[in-house]
Design a protein around this ligand. Structure first.
Ligand SMILES: Cc1cc2nc3c(=O)[nH]c(=O)nc-3n(C[C@H](O)[C@H](O)[C@H](O)COP(=O)(O)OP(=O)(O)OC[C@H]3O[C@@H](n4cnc5c(N)ncnc54)[C@H](O)[C@@H]3O)c2cc1C
Length: 452
């Protein structure tokens, strides 16, 4: 039997599913791509095209030397990505960004797939777990996975491991935090299962600073929910800070900004209020602001959070948000090649794995396709090294992120293993990019056959 005799099934013909299908077909493996549109729509898609861009028409920065998403573009091009090929063919003037004619782009992806002899398109919803005889499946159904399938996945993973909303607190690059006024301490110096009693970075606020911060929150411009998101349930555990602040000026001091159990070493006293940051990735390069999920507009977040002592020059790996978004607790549930540990015939790709963004979703689709193709050939493909953009992103969602607080993530240089101390700013980004591309090329190069 050749590898094309046994097809791989891909559920979802979005950014990730289309790229995965292309990678498999190009590797000689037959694919059936199951896409439910137009039979069944989602709240965001408008067309029946494969790889529809549901909102912006931008793939963000195309600068492979200085920007992590630009670097991801370049790695994808080198790996023969269909999504990048179609984007390049339909690009529009947009400064340093790769923006596309959305209709031309989607049509190009769809026609390339339909023209491929190993790709079959099935326009139906997979409304439950795939049949048992589909022994290799890629689930790429995105942030708006149909309810019937989401329910079936939740039954396998356990419902608490499949989220239907993200509640994202801002994440900051540690080397942009001024630690002179901040100190490390866990509340009541508690060690906990993995800590040493000094796990949080505490930024203290006095009363005037706290009052000004609350005022800024209440006055700040907020992003509106989309019509179909308006019934977003607020769980008290992940209330946006501005909603909490609106309940009374003291409410944040009794919530995420409470100072109890903490003592500022400079004064020997408990501060009036505190902003706490907690390590967000195993590398220790990214720290999240604990409990600071918010719907403030991004510019407003940057301005307001930089008024917090210690964060005046903070560089944000991502800003806060709250959206409808179906995603797995991947660090707990998936293995290193994106298979569900509890049911390895199911592999996941795209935004449902907890990456965020068109490009990241397509990149994880590319990897899922290559992993599945290798498996069909009886081989195991090692993931790309963590020094590459694809490897860093994959490593973050499968192992590097903290499963207890896992939230969707864009690619950014904070996910990469750091370079030797001393390289900073532009020089650091360029050195990370050069290392990534060299390591990526080595990963792509065919492994020489071992001599018999
Ligand atoms: C409203 C909204 C706006 C966004 N805006 C942006 C943005 O501007 N820029 C950005 O970079 N990212 C944005 N994102 C985030 C994300 O990058 C995109 O959602 C991206 O399309 C994710 O790619 P994907 O392949 O994982 O999912 P999708 O592209 O959504 O593809 C999933 C596909 O699966 C299909 N499907 C779902 N369930 C089933 C089923 N049971 N059977 C068969 N087919 C099924 C869907 O119809 C869809 O075609 C946005 C997300 C949302 C929800």
């Amino acid at each position: 039997m050749t590898s094309s005799d046994k097809r791989v099934h891909i559920i979802g013909g979005g950014l990730a599913g289309s790229e995965a299908a292309w990678q498999l077909a190009e590797a000689g493996v037959a694919v059936t791509l199951h896409e439910m549109r137009p039979t069944r729509g989602t709240d965001a898609h408008q067309t029946d095209s494969l790889a529809e861009l549901v909102c912006s028409n931008s793939f963000r920065s195309d600068d492979a030397q200085n920007n992590a998403v630009g670097l991801l573009h370049e790695e994808m091009r080198r790996a023969g990505s269909l999504i990048l090929r179609a984007a390049d063919a339909h690009k529009l003037p947009a400064g340093g960004a790769l923006a596309v004619d959305r209709h031309g782009f989607s049509a190009a992806v769809q026609s390339a797939l339909l023209a491929h002899p190993l790709v079959e398109l099935d326009r139906t919803e997979v409304a439950g777990l795939p049949p048992a005889d589909w022994d290799s499946v890629i689930v790429a159904t995105g942030p708006l996975t149909s309810p019937a399938l989401a329910q079936a996945i939740g039954a396998v993973t356990g419902e608490s491991e499949l989220a239907f909303f993200d509640a994202i607190a801002p994440i900051i690059h540690i080397d942009s935090i001024d630690c002179t006024g901040a100190w490390k301490q866990s509340r009541y110096d508690k060690g906990g299962p993995a800590g040493d009693g000094a796990d949080y970075l505490n930024c203290p606020l006095d009363k005037p600073q706290y009052d000004a911060f609350v005022e800024g929150l209440l006055a700040g411009d907020k992003t509106e929910f989309k019509e179909w998101e308006k019934n977003t349930p607020y769980f008290d555990g992940c209330l946006p800070i501005e909603v909490s602040a609106a309940r009374g000026v003291e409410s944040l001091r009794f919530g995420p900004m409470k100072p109890v159990g903490l003592r500022d070493p400079r004064t020997g006293k408990r501060p009036h209020a505190v902003v706490q940051l907690r390590q967000d990735n195993a590398l220790g390069t990214l720290w999240n602001i604990v409990g600071f999920q918010t719907k403030l507009k991004h510019a407003e977040q940057t301005r307001l959070f930089r008024t917090i002592p210690g964060l005046e020059r903070a560089e944000f790996a991502r800003l806060g948000g709250l959206h409808r978004n179906t995603f797995l607790n991947s660090p707990r549930l998936l293995d290193g090649v994106l298979r569900l540990k509890a049911m390895p015939r199911l592999r996941f790709a795209g935004q449902i794995t907890g990456c965020e963004g068109y490009v990241e979703s397509a990149a994880i689709g590319l990897l899922a396709g290559r992993f599945a193709a290798a498996e069909r050939a009886g081989q195991v493909l090692a993931p790309p090294p963590p020094t590459t953009a694809m490897g860093a992103l994959l490593g973050h969602i499968t192992t590097g992120a903290d499963a207890a607080t896992f939230q969707p993530m864009n690619v950014n240089f904070g996910l990469f293993p750091p370079l030797d101390a001393g390289t900073r700013g532009k020089e650091r980004k360029q050195a990370l990019s050069a290392r990534a591309l060299a390591d990526f090329d080595a990963w792509l190069a065919p492994t020489p056959l071992a001599a018999e």
